[in-house]
Design a protein around this ligand. Structure first.
Ligand code: MN
Length: 233
């Protein structure tokens, strides 16, 4: 018997892939916390060098670059975070560093938009970060560049501007946990699959935006990401 659904299911969001007409469907979005020492310091915490830690955003928070998103409800401190995004391209579970390197499909520029006031309130009360981080329309990801089309991760510049003024300016070599280390470590807890994105954390210089602000971000060799902050809902 064919079953019908009570209501329509949204399609998985997708990200374009440079050099191909095929798109990359996104099933999960993992995010690394505190992966640049200078950002951890500005947040008033120390880096945990024992192991990376994670939070997640629903795939349905994904937005394409160039979009305008509403200033979200429940916050007075909406922050940008510029990040390198890893796209997984092959299954990996409990994989070592070599397996992790092989499981990476490509890289993209991304923005982890954050209700900072709610994140910090949750942190202080030792509660989960969902209200601060799993914000509707808060994961903005630019087209993916396949790993074979990209230089190895080195000292590429990662930067973000608000209305043209540079706010974040660092190097990928500042990443505490390298991309293979992140993929390998996370694969101890999840059966990572194609469709999984990992936002690798943000450098120092995070800050608030207001309606009308235009955010642009880039990483050497990758397609830039941008976002316009719309009126409050
Ligand atoms: Mn982040």
């Amino acid at each position: 018997m064919t079953q019908t659904q009570l209501f329509p299911s949204p399609a998985w969001p997708t990200v374009p892939v440079n050099g191909t007409s095929a798109s990359y469907p996104v099933h999960r979005i993992f995010c690394v916390g505190r992966n640049y020492a200078a950002h951890a310091a500005e947040m008033g915490v120390e880096v945990d060098r024992e192991a990376p830690f994670y939070f997640t955003k629903s795939a349905l928070t994904l937005q394409p670059t160039g979009t305008t998103v509403a200033y979200p409800p429940g916050t007075a401190n909406f922050h940008y975070e510029m990040e390198l995004v890893i796209a997984i391209g092959a299954p990996i579970f409990k994989g070592d560093l070599a397996a992790a390197a092989k499981a990476i499909f490509g890289f993209a520029c991304g923005l982890d938009m954050t209700r900072r006031d709610l994140q910090l309130e949750a942190r202080a009360k030792q509660r989960p970060w969902d209200l601060g981080k799993d914000v509707e329309q808060s994961a903005v990801v630019a087209p993916i560049t396949r790993i074979g089309d990209y230089a190895s991760i080195g000292d590429q510049r990662i930067h973000l501007e608000v209305n043209g003024e540079v706010k974040q300016d660092a190097r990928l070599s500042d990443l505490i946990w390298k991309v293979e280390e992140i993929v390998s470590h996370l694969s101890n807890y999840y059966h990572l699959q194609p469709g999984d994105l990992i936002m690798t954390g943000t450098p120092a210089g995070v800050g608030a935006v207001v309606p009308g602000d235009v955010i642009t971000g880039g990483i050497d060799g990758l397609e830039a990401v941008s976002l316009t902050v719309g009126p409050a809902e």
